[in-house]
Design a protein around this ligand. Structure first.
Ligand SMILES: Nc1ncnc2c1ncn2[C@@H]1O[C@H](COP(=O)(O)OP(=O)(O)OP(=O)(O)O)[C@@H](O)[C@H]1O
Ligand SMILES: [Mg+2]
Length: 399
């Protein structure tokens, strides 16, 4: 197929392969005055270039038309090879053995003009160009956006969350503690950026309708979606170990929750508790049953259920060192305030944690390094002591 019209865009001259142009919904190759233009394929655009700051890898979001429908796909830069690029055909892109080389050249041109964005999948504290940064939905300390699966994008308004906290949390030292448990994850992650520490595990246990899940959700709402029904920062104990660890890997500062221990079939939680606290993955398999690269995490984990976690474990004393059990507490004032608090935090979340992280990034790092994990535990346990609570009120952390 040739086209004798020879007016391809002058802008194309600035591209890597000026003989390849995209016009009128098609990709063309200019073969000189005599041969004219050859129609190569239907148009394929690169919309964005993503630089993954965790791995350094580049990938692209691309769009193309198939059967009257606009379709999209993600393409790694490593796939700019004939045998790999042809894989796009299965999604409907116009790429085949005979035009793969021209398509790769076209994509090189597209890459040059596409907007470039940094993305990350790891969460919490990390270093980039030797600078400390905090990775939430938007990274703090650099320009990067989360591209993983967890629902951590802030929703609603910080003001609404804050008003709910002022109305139903302040003055109730149990729920104030729940907020500190949530925020402590940023401190644990920060300490782990300079020295190896276990994750903090809190287990809230006691009778039904005492506000255990409400307290856990409140803790989690500081950093993300506090429910178990989406990819929130809370899962149920019913999730498989693989799924739980999969959500934790790469988390160095965002609280993570596990709801309702009775949903688990396990009778011995000691191995799981050691595993969660230890923060190092062992032999997890990917979807194709291949051994995945081992990952790590260091954060605060809040769990709840009717029974104590340690009662379900064997009698290993090490376990008591790793889990702070908070038992038989009525966390909420009454049913109505619990329900209203929950409904506000389900729609307004993910604001307070990044505010604290930004504060920690500005000041206070060196103090926290000195205080260590024991310091964090002491700080939190002092918060449970009524006499000293006002001094450590979350108000001074946040407002
Ligand atoms: N202090 C309270 N007094 C009475 N009812 C409450 C109180 N707190 C919460 N509830 C009621 O219990 C319901 C469940 O709350 P929540 O999930 O926080 O409790 P829970 O302790 O996790 O209970 P469960 O063990 O059944 O999961 C709420 O929707 C509310 O109606
Ligand atoms: Mg519950």
């Amino acid at each position: 197929m040739t086209d004798t019209g020879n007016e391809y865009s002058k802008a194309a001259m600035n591209y890597f392969y000026p003989e390849i142009v995209m016009e009128n919904g098609f990709i063309w190759e200019d073969r000189g005055e005599k041969k004219g233009r050859l129609k190569v394929a239907k148009a394929i655009q690169i919309n964005e270039v993503h630089e993954n700051i965790d791995t350094g890898e580049l990938s692209f979001t691309i769009t193309f038309e198939y059967n009257g429908q606009q379709k999209g796909a993600t393409l790694r830069r490593a796939d700019f090879q004939r045998n790999k690029i042809i894989e796009l055909a299965k999604y409907g892109a116009d790429v085949y053995e005979h035009n793969a080389t021209q398509i790769i050249k076209h994509l090189r041109n597209e890459e040059a003009k596409a907007p470039k964005n940094r993305v990350h999948q790891k969460l919490g504290w990390d270093r980039y160009d030797n600078q400390l940064v905090f990775k939430h939905y938007k990274a703090i300390g650099m320009d990067s956006t989360y591209s993983g699966t967890l629902a951590i994008q802030p929703k609603g308004k910080y003001e609404n969350w804050k008003q709910a906290v002022e109305k139903w949390v302040m003055g109730n030292r149990n729920l104030e503690l729940a907020i500190l448990i949530g925020l402590s994850s940023a401190v644990v992650g920060l300490i782990s950026s300079v020295t190896k520490i276990d994750s903090l595990i809190f287990h809230i246990f006691g009778k039904s309708t005492h506000g255990k899940t409400t307290a856990s959700s409140l803790a989690i709402s500081t950093f993300g979606y506090p429910e178990t029904n989406k990819d929130g920062l809370m899962q149920t104990w019913m999730s498989t170990q693989n799924a739980i660890i999969g959500s934790l890997v790469g988390n160095f500062g965002l609280i993570f929750g596990l709801d309702e221990i009775s949903m688990s079939d396990s009778l011995d939680f000691s191995n799981m508790a050691y595993y969660l606290a230890g923060g190092k993955e062992k032999g997890r398999l990917d979807k194709e049953s291949r051994l995945k690269e081992t990952g790590a995490w260091s954060t605060t984990i809040v769990s709840n259920g009717e029974q104590a976690l340690t009662s379900k474990t064997n009698h290993n004393t090490g376990i008591h060192m790793r889990i702070l059990e908070l038992g038989h507490i009525t966390w909420t004032k009454d049913a109505q305030s619990a329900d209203r608090l929950k409904s506000t935090i389900f729609h307004n979340y993910g604001h307070a944690g990044p505010i604290l992280a930004a504060n920690l990034l500005d000041r206070g790092q060196s103090k926290l390094y000195r205080c260590g994990r024991i310091g964090v535990v002491k700080l939190l346990s002092r918060c449970m002591d009524k006499a000293t609570f006002p001094k450590e009120s979350p108000k001074s952390w946040l407002f």
